[in-house]
Design a binder for this molecule. Structure first.
Ligand code: SF4
Length: 351
């Protein structure tokens, strides 16, 4: 199997070209075709000689994902379902808002952590995505957004990015570079369910990416039920790791908190949350639960959501309330991927 050319950094491609007795600037031209013009066909790279195009075709693959489904919500959010060469289904989202276009990316096919509110964990982990596949997701997002605009990226799709750390970081470094998409690190968010070794590693990268941690409960017992990862990395250790991250990087951490009726959205939880986070350089992002098929969870009513938010603000926390996007196209984590996978296996069984 040929190596995907997107696995290479601009410098690595320059080294290959130099070995082929081609000028290194050809690497910039190739990167410009791929990342700036979205051309994923060596034949169409018209400023390269026919012999170099032939050599590139013989030496590298360039396209590993296939777009198999695209849905657009009434609010402009798009979901793209992509298929890998080995037939795994992954899902990305394009989320336009007034000022930004955010791409939501998957880092793995499936996920090992089985959080109870998330469809991505159903079926377990299939495999890590290669950095070239992650980059290709981003190119699909760009190609499908209005005017090819892409301002922000969040690793909040399928999979736990810290479990595919090296490939995620490689993809980030590539899109961060001026030869490619030049997306600033501050506009890239890595979201983790709380993998402490990953948080520690990230704190030493010297990259100004945003760190977002899914918290969802200030209580170990409840959090372990919602998120099995808590049994391995309990709250006390997780908050300590976040504290150390903040101290080392001087950057704020965002805690994602999905509000579920009867589970974590009452005043006692709000009080515990304040006790746990007060004094930390952090933001709490509240997300009313978006119902995802296989469980009985529901979001609290609007008034309860606002009471929860106002309590946190009144007691000194920095809080945002996430606006729901794309409900009409199954935009919650992993729902559409799961539905597509199920449809595919039903079709296979009926064949
Ligand atoms: S929320 Fe994240 S870590 Fe948990 S199962 Fe879903 S993708 Fe995996």
């Amino acid at each position: 199997m040929l190596k995907n050319i997107k696995e290479l950094t601009p410098k690595e491609l320059g080294d290959v070209l130099s070995d082929w007795n081609e000028p290194r600037f050809r690497a910039d031209q190739i990167f410009s075709w791929i990342y700036k013009n979205g051309v994923l066909d060596f034949n169409r790279m018209s400023n390269l000689s026919p012999s170099l195009r032939k050599r590139l075709k013989e030496g590298f693959s360039i396209l590993d994902l296939e777009l198999i489904k695209k849905l657009e919500s009434s609010d402009g959010t798009q979901k793209l379902i992509l298929r890998t060469e080995d037939k795994n289904i992954i899902e990305v989202a394009v989320i336009p808002t007034d000022q930004r276009v955010t791409g939501c990316i998957s880092s793995q096919a499936g996920c090992a952590w089985a959080c109870s509110f998330c469809a991505s964990g159903i079926g377990g982990l299939k495999r890590n995505l290669a950095s070239a596949e992650i980059l290709e997701e981003i190119l699909y997002i760009k190609e499908n957004s209005v005017d090819n605009r892409l301002t922000h990226l969040v690793f909040m799709g399928t999979g736990e990015p810290m479990d595919n750390y090296d490939n995620v970081m490689k993809a980030i470094r590539i899109i961060n570079s001026p030869e490619t998409l030049n997306i600033g690190a501050r506009r890239i968010t890595i979201s983790t369910c709380g993998i402490i070794p990953g948080i520690k590693r990230l704190s030493g990268e010297g990259l100004q990416v945003e760190l977002s941690v899914s918290l969802h409960s200030p209580d170990d017992l409840v959090r372990s039920q919602l998120m099995p990862v808590n049994k391995k990395y309990p709250l006390k250790n997780l908050i300590l790791a976040c504290k150390e991250y903040i101290q080392k990087t001087n950057r704020q951490v965002t805690f994602e908190y999905c509000l579920v009726e009867g589970i974590n959205s009452g005043l006692p939880e709000a009080q515990k949350l304040v006790t746990m986070l007060l004094g930390l350089n952090c933001k709490v992002n509240l997300i009313p639960f978006n119902p995802a098929g296989e469980n009985n969870f529901a979001p609290p009513g609007k008034i309860k959501v606002l009471l929860f938010r106002d309590y946190l603000i009144k007691h000194g926390l920095n809080v945002t309330l996430r606006k729901e996007r794309g409900r009409d196209i199954d935009a919650a984590c992993g729902q559409l991927r799961l539905r597509t996978q199920n449809e595919r296996s039903e079709n296979k069984n009926n064949a």
